[in-house]
Design a binder for this molecule. Structure first.
Ligand code: GLC
Length: 827
């Protein structure tokens, strides 16, 4: 406590913080004296009629609620978990503010403006204008806020918006839209009003505007030093998350809105889709082709044409006469079936269409302002729209999956849920339509579509997720959604929607998926090969190579385009594509261990390099195309993927290995940066492994359903902090939540006489598939050493050309120490 007080007084005396104390520009213009009333967990600031309530939260964030006319909005949220909102933190009062939740908040007495700093004195966010009303559409009372944008700060987040990874200089609208997109299209399908400001030294914070109305974020486009954001209605309710690093911010955001849960293992495999495979025979043919050509595959997707007249929850029994039989035959071949189930229900009264009939009887559909059922055209023609903000409607919707679940369909695809409506300029339903809210925290009331629109898709995927859990209580639901909102990662994976088969769109996949991952959505993908248009052979090959290292790896294409399965361009391209898909399967134990980390921490699998290596921020190397898988594998595709000339890849400080050769990388110094030059031929993709990594790998399989034959591999790349994690479970049930998993950290250290590998205690009760482990040490020069596992000799083989040493050890729960000692003459 004394230490904390000392730290605080030192901090308040520090020039960094005093520089940001009462110096607000507005003070000379707006002579409002503010009044601060302290609360145990924060403060109320009165500035004229305006009330600003700041609350410190245990997750390491402050929540700011503002009532421009003195009245705070509803204390409710679709995005933030109730427990995170309610767990407040004690604060230490300061003269004009408080310290708490890892942050220091000060008030400008003249304006009531807030400055949020970290405990080291870095200003994270500072008000520069008073919150103000703003003209708005949709019948709400619009508002806007303005924060300073220091010149050298960068801004990440907002999910899969187009444009560069860094949002600075851009301006975006949050309004879920059915938008087949090009380079600058905005808005897109999802709205995630979460931003991560990052300073040049890696200091980071989070800013989350918890508001579902149509909103906007202007990152210095209107005024280069001002971040302006707001919404067309609803409460002014936002969170500032403490860092100090980007990784900390992302983890706090996961605690606030929930992490992406552990997906079923098959969802990490390769998946093939098309709009549409038109019959069961065609689907069987695709499966057979995969198996004949020995290309691993885990899932086949059924798009809208499997249905009767595009009516959700029906099957065209002429073309798909035996769905259960198809699903089970595919499963025999290690392939799961995923089916689309769009949210619109065909408006088909008196036609024996149960989803309409039961939905109508249960009063589950959205109505117009005049109380009459709203009907709008989508794929089935005239359609009605479930009112997903009602718990009872979500229950009813979840029950619609009963027959498909009985057929054995493994995953479901919620598309068009912005919601998309055809033949109308707004591309959606009227903003005056009425939804009914039944949700803890919210008053039970009606709300206009203007308020609900952005969370409609998220609540659709929530209904699906919860329904599947009810129908299969011990299975992990897999749902893919197109539209969503902040927090929607709790219910579904996502994809970037209707991209195109162009080189530029392949390039865009990287910043889009990186920003999704930083915005909570760890399980995301872009249609591999591009959806609209037909990819050239080279483009599809490159796309599969890069997609192999992205979270959701699904090839999908539109109607009226050529087929784009891996074999369509002949054996040379097919062989390259197969090799990359195979590599994904060899790396599956690593991917899965990262998935376990994601579920526990919220850290995504696909990360910007600076997330694990802040020195990567301080670089002039082009970086929008570079990413890591779990922080340890650095993937560096050509920045101009269509014409790879030479390009530089900056490797963060420290050692790296070339993943493909297994040999240490040999970068040269460019200024303070270490750089490797690359010019990959079409069949190569540069991938590096961080020195100090232990990567689990496995023998090749054709599906995650297949048990690998042989040993688990632990590829050891010696270096500082050398460690790796093993994770395994049954891949599909929730047993892991009851202890049926295996988690184990393995560490390596170079000793004066060789190397040691220590196995930490194994957690969990799960018995893995492997009986032996091949430890492969990279960068090993010289003959094989004496190898002992817990003092018993084990065989070791050195390969001078590959510079590796392979040691086969029997797996047991309690193995502890593998010791490699070079014979005296080799030291
Ligand atoms: C939408 C989806 C696309 C799907 C198509 C037909 O355009 O974004 O992925 O194939 O609808 O269902």
């Amino acid at each position: 406590m004394i230490r904390q007080a000392l730290l605080l007084s030192a901090l308040l005396a520090s020039p960094a913080l005093s520089a940001v104390r009462p110096t607000n520009l507005q003070s000379s213009v707006l002579p409002i004296r503010s009044r601060v009333v302290m609360r145990p967990d924060g403060m109320d600031v009165w500035s004229g009629r305006r009330l600003t309530r700041v609350t410190a939260l245990a997750v390491g964030a402050i929540r700011v609620r503002i009532g421009l006319e003195g009245q705070l909005g509803e204390d409710a949220s679709w995005a933030v978990l109730p427990e995170a909102r309610q767990a407040t933190a004690p604060v230490t009062p300061l003269t004009w503010g408080f310290a708490g939740a890892g942050l220091v908040v000060t008030v400008d007495p003249a304006t009531g403006g807030l400055t949020v700093a970290d405990t080291a004195g870095h200003v994270l966010l500072k008000d520069i204008d008073a919150p103000a009303r703003r003209t708005a559409t949709g019948g709400g009372a619009g508002f806007q806020l303005a924060k300073a944008m220091p010149a050298n700060w960068r801004y990440f987040g907002l999910g899969d918006k187009t444009g560069p990874l860094d949002r600075r200089g851009g301006s975006f609208v949050t309004w879920n839209s059915d938008s087949p997109f090009q380079e600058t299209t905005d808005p897109l399908y999802k709205s995630i009003p979460f931003v991560i400001p990052v300073g040049p030294d890696g200091t980071a914070a989070g800013l989350f505007l918890d508001n579902s109305w149509r909103g906007f974020f202007d990152f210095g486009k209107g005024q280069s030093d001002t971040l302006r954001f707001g919404a067309d209605g609803g409460p002014i309710d936002y969170y500032v998350l403490a860092g100090p690093t980007v990784k900390d911010v992302v983890q706090r955001y996961a605690r606030l809105t929930g992490p992406s849960p552990l997906p079923p293992l098959w969802a990490l495999g390769f998946q093939q889709s098309r709009w549409s495979y038109m019959s069961a025979d065609e689907v069987r043919g695709i499966a057979q082709h995969y198996r004949q050509d020995h290309i691993p595959l885990d899932a086949l997707w059924l798009d809208i044409d499997y249905q009767d007249r595009n009516r959700p929850f029906t099957v065209n029994t002429k073309t798909f006469p035996d769905m259960a039989g198809l699903v089970s035959d595919l499963k025999q071949q290690g392939i799961r079936t995923v089916a689309i189930t769009d949210l619109h229900i065909a408006f088909a009264p008196n036609q024996g269409y149960a989803p309409y009939d039961t939905g109508f009887v249960g009063d589950h559909f959205v109505k117009k302002a005049d109380g009459v059922l709203y009907v709008g055209p989508v794929w089935p023609g005239p359609a009605v729209f479930p009112d997903f903000t009602r718990a009872s409607t979500r229950d009813w919707w979840g029950g619609l999956y009963k027959d498909f679940v009985a057929d054995g369909i493994a995953g479901f695809w919620n598309d068009m849920n912005e919601p998309a409506v055809f033949n109308t300029p707004s591309k959606t339903m009227p903003l005056s339509n009425l939804h009914r809210i039944e949700e803890p925290g919210f008053a039970t009331r009606t709300a206009t579509h203007a308020e609900i629109h952005n969370i409609f898709g998220m609540e659709n995927s929530r209904a699906t997720h919860d329904g599947l859990l009810k129908l299969r209580p011990d299975e992990r639901p897999f749902v893919l959604t197109r539209a969503s909102f902040a927090g929607g990662q709790r219910y579904a994976a996502t994809w970037t929607g209707d991209n195109s088969s162009t080189w530029n769109q392949l390039r865009m996949t990287v910043p889009m998926l990186l920003n999704l991952g930083m915005s909570g959505f760890a399980w995301s993908g872009a249609d591999v090969g591009g959806f609209l248009g037909t990819p050239s052979a080279d483009l599809l090959t490159r796309w599969i190579e890069i997609g192999a290292f992205q979270p959701i790896f699904r090839d999908h294409s539109a109607k009226d385009t050529a087929y784009q399965e891996p074999w369509v361009h002949g054996p040379v391209h097919e062989a390259i594509r197969r090799r990359f898909i195979e590599e994904r399967y060899r790396l599956m134990p690593y991917f899965y261990a990262v998935a376990d980390e994601t579920a526990r921490t919220g850290l995504p699998m696909m990360r910007p390099v600076f997330m694990d290596y802040p020195d990567a921020l301080d670089t002039d190397c082009p970086s929008d195309m570079v990413f890591t898988v779990g922080g340890k594998l650095l993937v560096a595709p050509p920045p101009q993927p269509e014409s790879p000339g030479w390009y530089d890849v900056c490797l963060p400080k420290g050692g790296w290995f070339d993943y493909w050769t297994g040999k240490p990388a040999t970068p040269r110094m460019r200024g303070t940066r270490q750089v490797v030059q690359e010019k990959p031929a079409l069949d190569q993709l540069p991938v590096y492994v961080r020195a100090g990594t232990i990567l689990p790998r496995q023998p090749l399989v054709q599906s995650t359903m297949e048990t690998p034959i042989g040993a688990l591999e632990l590829a050891v790349y010696p270096g500082d902090g050398c460690a790796g994690t093993l994770y395994a479970d049954d891949g599909h049930s929730l047993g892991y939540q009851r202890g049926a998993y295996l988690r184990q950290t393995v560490r390596c250290s170079v000793t004066p006489t060789g190397l040691e590998l220590r196995f930490d205690k194994r957690d969990g009760s799960y018995k893995p598939w492997w009986h032996d482990i091949d430890v492969v040490i990279h960068g090993w020069n010289g003959p094989a050493p004496t190898a002992t596992l817990d003092d018993k000799p084990v065989p070791a083989t050195a390969d001078a050309t590959a510079a590796t040493l392979t040691v086969r050890i029997p797996d047991r729960r309690d193995i502890s120490l593998l010791r490699l000692v070079r014979t005296a003459s080799d030291h």
